[in-house]
Ligand binder design. Structure first.
Ligand SMILES: Cc1cc2nc3c(=O)[nH]c(=O)nc-3n(C[C@H](O)[C@H](O)[C@H](O)COP(=O)(O)OP(=O)(O)OC[C@H]3O[C@@H](n4cnc5c(N)ncnc54)[C@H](O)[C@@H]3O)c2cc1C
Length: 232
């Protein structure tokens, strides 16, 4: 099936929110946390890459619409092609797949994202955060304040739902930043409190995912409480 680019908003250089629509009467059947695969031919080779859905099923109008959060990988092949797309351009796509979904029924959970690893958590929160949901904390690490994509949305959710905490942290803050600083690992202990009866979901590059997993194991977390998606 094909996906058509409808709109792209670049929130910072090389970081964008992209809106697509599945073509030819297709709609996406998926669970928040899953990814689509895009394929294109580059220099005579067929290249496929995975992209987590940043929107929730049934959240979009029309129903064939879906959203992605994309990063331009330095020296990357496919992401350069995506960032060159203009509204109206199409790309070959496969139906969503993936096991990185919220355990059902959800338990108190800590979501840890770096960079575009925020995408599956936006989808999960759109679908599952409500008055009756358990405690969700989103610890979100980026380098610069301008890279905090969807910040206003998460702040609005935190203001509306007392059981949702939004903790952004910057590794390269401007002097004007008064929030958390440093890598997500620095804030893990505070986010967990003394509680080990929490599920932890990790999404981003390998370095962060492996680093946090080893801290969690050291803190006595069982493998079954740790869910992760690595982008590289
Ligand atoms: C399940 C899954 C879901 C993914 N979801 C997303 C998503 O929602 N948004 C997204 O932008 N990417 C996502 N990715 C990464 C994506 O599939 C590509 O790897 C990425 O676009 C780079 O592809 P490329 O061909 O441009 O670069 P490549 O030539 O394949 O790789 C270049 C370098 O980029 C690094 N890299 C990979 N992903 C990123 C990234 N997101 N930011 C910075 N550097 C990166 C790799 O470590 C590699 O060193 C996901 C990957 C997986 C496996």
């Amino acid at each position: 099936m094909k996906a058509k680019l409808i709109e792209r908003v670049e929130v910072a250089p090389g970081l964008g929110h992209f809106v697509f629509e599945a073509q030819n009467g297709n709609t996406l059947q998926f669970t928040p946390g899953q990814f689509v695969s895009f394929t294109t031919e580059i220099d005579g080779r067929e290249i496929t890459r995975a992209y987590s859905l940043a929107s929730a099923p049934g959240h979009e109008d029309p129903a064939n619409r879906f959203e992605l959060c994309l990063n331009l990988a330095p020296e990357g092949i496919f992401s350069h092609r995506l960032f060159a797309m203009q509204p109206g351009d199409t790309v070959e796509m496969r139906q969503p797949l993936g096991m990185f979904t919220l355990r059902q029924p959800p338990r108190d959970s800590l979501f840890i994202a770096t960079g575009t690893g925020i995408a599956p958590f936006r989808s999960m929160l759109q679908a599952h955060l409500n008055e009756a949901s358990p405690q969700f904390t989103l610890l979100y690490g980026v380098r610069y304040e301008s890279h905090l994509i969807y910040r206003a949305e998460f702040e609005a959710l935190a203001a509306r739902f007392p059981q949702f905490r939004f903790w952004p942290t910057l590794s390269r803050p401007e002097p004007s930043w008064t929030g958390r600083t440093g890598h997500v690992q620095k804030h893990l202990e505070e986010a967990l409190g003394n509680c080990t009866d929490v599920d932890v979901y990790l999404c981003g590059l390998k370095l962060m995912v492996d680093g946090v997993r080893s801290l969690l194991k050291g803190a006595g977390f069982d493998r079954k409480q740790i869910f992760y998606e690595k982008y590289d």
